[in-house]
Design a protein. Structure first.
Lengths: 431, 431
């Protein structure tokens, strides 16, 4: 099926193209973008969709999160991290079964599609349920069974086998929309030999590694106590960075560590909202950019954010580093926009498929209504996207050429049922 | 006319009441709130408005801004402050006439009402136009002619007279919805004797003073060079703090200065979005709170934000101090919410009229739809308001008992005309 989107402004996000094409069109052929052009297209299509007053751009790519934690949104806030995690989150998550993950993830995917996210990353448990939601909803995702190696040898081996089995079952699943990773949870929750086993698995399975790293100061100190090394040196030694690797957070990094990450081409998921809310600190994004790292953006779970609005992360990434460094040029709007799109694709090793709007790539795109009073005058659509627009300006969402939302109406998910079931799933495990 | 809003959750924001009343109702009689209660009201009203699934709270109060600067939204971004101000903003603003202020302000008021702001503060030029927009739109405002004393003696005297005339003409205007202040622009743009004259005017007219203060480090240093004092000591000496006074920004303050502001009961408008975007720094809000100052929130002008979304300022106020201090308890959600409501009323010396929902106060209130997927489960409406909701969740806006927006439909302003005229007004002065 050929769909022709016409009369739009199109922000391709291709390297070197930072202004939108005016009066532009985009042809979708099946799952992919066949052509992008300007002016009057003389093309036959099965459907012609006028997009006046809308700005098309690649969908947001969320490179770190725990989708089912939507069930714990607002369940506990404004607490010290240790209390929040050990007394509030972990006891609740222990009670989570497949139903909680199913409906918590469904709720997350509704929110993400509504906010223009076309690809998300999930590190959690009961991952078959998450994959099922991805399959049904039509969204794209990079999924991994997050494993913690603190239990008995049998327990940790069982988790590892489950992670391996999940990779085998779902690699390229949902018609290619699902990609997979191996995910040792963090250096402080996985003993070194366990991490080495998971690195070997990742090599054998041919998939990347996703891991939390250097989120809090306390965690860095613990790593130094336990292993006489900061997390970067520790993971380097364990061979983690010899694999394609995406680290989440990277808040507490020295210049030397940033140099190592850049040299080993380690991908970073910057989670400004979560880092702020949990009081973890401010990641050194300007230094990363200078070192050649291209950081992506993640929301983290809804219990520590408390939303899954990647557009808000784009804005935070553009704003907070300017304020903290007292440098209005610290992270320009255009860079923040790339962090939310192309750099996200790179972080998930999917840049040949998604992240820009160009012929041959998957048709993962969103439209923004630029008519709102809060977006007038339209001096600079890039600036407005980053500093003035909000998730509700997203009108249409396409993934792999398929519309998942049109004019804010969800097409693949039953939002009312999901709201009901998600609330019920929480009630079933409520304290 | 009596309007009865029923079956709502109501967050009164009264001191000591931090949880919403469930199954609650609110009776509006004319301009004021007659009664708030729970259960089944046995009351006759001209109109009964069911509010199931909605959370009522006081409207947002924006305590610092320059509304007409919407015309310059996105006109220049990500530049050093000096270049942005001197090469971009000032030359454009010099070309602004009454038409630019009229339509720029109208655009601002559309955006603010849509985002749930019921009272805003404006320091600008051509203030009769601003007052006209307030009158027509039904919104509430605290207005002042911002005066810069850098010109000739005649010029500065003319500006002062204009400010005085504006206060006389509009004090209590628009049926009491307009309050007024005297506004020396800043210590670095007004010579000391000029500030003293304006202080005397403020006393004679019986109105507060509004002034920019300690926004940037450079400005503090200049004050020290020019007057051998930091801005707080300088303004204290000039008698500014002997008047009811609202300072905007207060980013660069020493503990001693915070102590003086607390002792003199000086009100503060915290503008986190603008301070971040311009790279000005992070105001010491936790220290102010500890000292007993109750900071309010402002968006500043749309050219340095780039929106007029006070709900975003509430979220930024709750988030950034946690991250910068590495303290998840730095500014709790409930405090941020008070900063956007009651503390805003106090900052404008209107706390006997607005800022909470209670009998006798003006009926300035908004409703939030709490059914969105991004607000499920509804564990904690206060947390969700601050961390998860967005301006588009605002459904209804009432000011002085009059509905300005219902179910997101604007009732007093012609949005399409305003968009058109605002764009035209910009074009007339475009470079």
């Amino acid at each position: 099926m050929k769909r022709l989107l016409t009369q739009a402004r199109i922000l391709t996000m291709k390297e070197g193209e930072s202004r939108p094409l005016e009066n532009a069109w985009l042809l979708i052929d099946g799952e992919t973008i066949a052509q992008v052009g300007t002016g009057n297209p003389k093309i036959d299509a099965d459907e012609v969709i006028p997009m006046q007053g809308r700005l098309l751009l690649p969908g947001w790519i969320n490179t770190h999160g725990h989708a089912a934690m939507t069930l714990l949104r607002g369940f506990a806030d404004d607490l010290p991290l240790k209390v929040w995690l050990e007394e509030k989150m972990w006891p609740m998550e222990e009670r989570f079964g497949p139903r909680q993950v199913r409906w918590g993830t469904s709720l997350a995917v509704v929110e993400m599609i509504r906010g223009g996210t076309t690809c998300f990353t999930d590190m959690y448990d009961h991952m078959d349920e998450v994959a099922g939601v991805v399959e049904q909803s039509g969204i794209r995702a990079s999924l991994c069974r997050g494993v913690i190696g603190l239990g008995s040898r049998e327990e940790r081996e069982a988790k590892r086998q489950e992670a391996v089995r999940f990779v085998r079952d779902w690699k390229g699943g949902a018609g290619g929309r699902i990609s997979v990773m191996m995910a040792p949870h963090a250096p402080y929750t996985c003993p070194p030999d366990y991490i080495e086993e998971l690195v070997a698995d990742s090599a054998e399975l041919g998939v990347p590694i996703h891991i939390h790293m250097s989120e809090t100061e306390a965690e860095v100190e613990q790593n130094q106590r336990d292993y006489h090394a900061r997390p970067v040196a520790h993971l380097l030694k364990l061979g983690v960075f010899d694999r394609p690797c995406l680290v989440a957070h990277g808040v507490h990094l020295t210049p030397e560590e940033i140099g190592i990450l850049a040299e080993k081409d380690v991908k970073v998921s910057h989670n400004p909202g979560s880092n702020l809310k949990l009081g973890s600190g401010i990641a050194p994004i300007p230094e990363m950019l200078k070192a050649g790292i291209r950081p992506s953006l993640g929301t983290d779970g809804a219990a520590s954010n408390n939303n899954l609005d990647l557009m808000e992360e784009v804005r935070l990434a553009a704003l907070i580093h300017k304020g903290v460094r007292r440098d209005p040029e610290a992270v320009p709007a255009e860079t923040a926009l790339r962090m939310g799109t192309l750099y996200g694709a790179e972080a998930l090793f999917l840049e040949d498929q998604i992240g820009t709007l160009e012929a041959g790539k998957q048709a993962d795109l969103i439209s923004i209504d630029v008519n709102g009073a809060h977006l007038q005058p339209l001096h600079d659509p890039v600036s407005h996207l980053v500093y003035a627009a909000s998730r509700d300006d997203v009108q249409d969402v396409y993934v792999a050429g398929r519309p998942l939302m049109r004019n804010r109406e969800l097409l693949t998910l039953d939002e009312e049922k999901i709201r009901f079931e998600a609330n019920r799933a929480f009630t079933e495990v409520a304290p």
